[in-house]
Design a protein around this ligand. Structure first.
Ligand SMILES: NC(=O)C1=CN([C@@H]2O[C@H](COP(=O)(O)OP(=O)(O)OC[C@H]3O[C@@H](n4cnc5c(N)ncnc54)[C@H](OP(=O)(O)O)[C@@H]3O)[C@@H](O)[C@H]2O)C=CC1
Ligand SMILES: Nc1nc(=O)c2c([nH]1)NC[C@@H]1CN(c3ccc(C(=O)N[C@@H](CCC(=O)O)C(=O)O)cc3)C=[N+]21
Length: 298
């Protein structure tokens, strides 16, 4: 039996269509488009993939897209000044600062500077506190998109054993919070975890968010498990090609032989991240403009 390949691309297209409908209604009510600003410092490879897919889809959904690309050697004060300017700009409803930032910058300080009302990435202390407390707020895009795929496949997640590999503020930690809120028994694994294969073997749900190409092998996976592969890794180019292939953190062909369902890379979690980002931007726009939104329609 080969596993089901979860079609994140198709699921995301459905979500984007709903966002586009509501974005048009918003524009009529508010007299302006919802606006999303993206800040990219330097040249992180996964961030390059993200930016490339995102600007086009933002426009297609009827939202305004503002892109700010800053050089690798940008200093902290200049980045904070840009965040302040975007916080003050009434055309901007959502601000996304791409992570990781170059090592000389203080990521925590930059993220904390974002106006919580514009925090479409759900990363500020207020948003992450709300998530931990179970209060409504803006939820990080990749974890929320991954949860949507899991619920679509499994229905009720209550009582399932879930292992999240990775504990970043962007993916691992909020993913674990969402699974906990769905009543999963959650284990968070990381680089100091002893015997990771054995930990993963217990899991009905595996979420891999590590950034190591094809690290999770087929024989780590419990038969029938649902595997969500968050990793976006660019392999070195093969002879005659300009760009290397994109692969995830899971050995996809091996996982297909054992799992119940697996997300592919590309075409899995990546498109969901963008669709949820647009959704979050639209939710923020309604709140910022004081226009009511039936969130259930999303
Ligand atoms: N598809 C999408 O939409 C998105 C994809 N990504 C991709 O997901 C991946 C993870 O991103 P992100 O969370 O930001 O990455 P980070 O680098 O911030 O975090 C990686 C995590 O993996 C852990 N880790 C590293 N090596 C190992 C190992 N050998 N065994 C177990 N755990 C390990 C680290 O542990 P420790 O904490 O101990 O260092 C850390 O917690 C990347 O490939 C990124 O490009 C990210 C966001 C969105
Ligand atoms: N603050 C912040 N928030 C993020 O959400 C964030 C970030 N920083 N830094 C970089 C990572 C990476 N990331 C991706 C999202 C979508 C695709 C995506 O759409 N991928 C397509 C690839 C399309 C192609 O082949 O080019 C797919 O997987 O199908 C990729 C990568 C978000 N990230």
């Amino acid at each position: 039996m080969t596993a089901q390949v979860i079609d994140g691309k198709a699921f995301a297209a459905g979500l984007r269509a709903r966002v586009a409908d509501l974005a048009a209604t918003f524009e009529q009510a508010a007299g302006r488009k919802a606006g999303l600003a993206v800040v990219l410092v330097g040249s992180d490879p996964a961030s390059q993939v993200y930016v490339a897919s995102k600007a086009k889809q933002t426009a297609e959904c009827g939202m305004a897209s503002f892109e700010h690309r800053l050089p690798e050697d940008t200093v902290q004060a200049d980045l904070l000044a840009l965040v302040d300017a975007l916080n003050a700009d009434p055309a901007v409803d959502g601000i996304l600062v791409q992570l990781p930032l170059p090592g000389h910058l203080d990521e925590q300080q930059v993220v904390a500077r974002i106006d919580p009302d514009k925090d479409v990435d759900g990363l500020t202390p207020l948003s992450s506190g709300r998530l931990a407390l179970g209060q409504p707020g803006l939820v990080p895009c990749t974890p929320l998109g991954s949860l949507m795929l899991l619920k679509d496949r499994l229905g009720n997640l209550s009582g399932l054993d879930a292992v999240v590999i990775g504990r970043s503020i962007l993916v691992g930690k909020p993913m674990a919070q969402l699974l906990l809120a769905e009543n999963c028994t959650v284990t968070i694994a990381h680089s100091r975890t002893r015997d990771l294969p054995e930990v993963v073997r217990r899991a009905d749900i595996v979420v891999a968010a590590v950034g190591r190409p094809e690290m999770v092998r087929g024989d780590w996976i419990k038969p029938g498990a649902t595997v969500i592969d968050v990793g976006i890794n660019r392999l070195p180019p093969e002879a005659g090609q300009a760009k290397g292939r994109l692969v995830g953190d899971v050995a996809f062909a091996e996982a297909l032989e054992v799992a119940g369902a697996v997300t592919p890379v590309p075409g899995g979690v990546g498109p969901m991240t963008i669709a949820v980002l647009l959704r979050n931007a639209l939710v923020a726009a309604h709140r910022n403009a004081g226009v009511a939104l039936a969130e259930a329609a999303l």
